[in-house]
Design a protein around this ligand. Sequence first.
Ligand code: SF4
Length: 134
Amino acid sequence: MSVLSLAIGAASAHVHDVPCRAQSADIWFADDVASTAKAQALCQTCPLQAECLTGALERQEPCGVWGGELFDRGQVVAQHRPKGRPRKDADEIAAAAAGRVSARLAEVSLALAATEPELADLVAEAALEVAGAA
Ligand code: SF4
């Protein structure tokens, strides 16, 4: 058995262990606050949270909960946007959410630094990017 096949097997095992694969993924794309909060809480237990959040930021996911954060039209938002006109304080809410995500990414980067230095660097770059966008 090659090293590559072992690595692929290990990665597959991780993917099947993640909460959004272990149960119905509906709550990760729900419109209600309770389901979204439940998905965000389950993401906090996921071994792939940092990679998931980094990937979602890079892809600018249009919707859903990814890596514990709620995405809407490619941006991390604090809560579901109500239908209709945008709020007058939408920019302030977006800046607060970006600050929160940046701080969380910085924490994840620090936690990964000892064991996954390359991933920690990527997450740190993402934290700076998000902070710059705030
Ligand atoms: S962090 Fe990503 S992979 Fe893990 S449960 Fe949440 S959405 Fe799924």
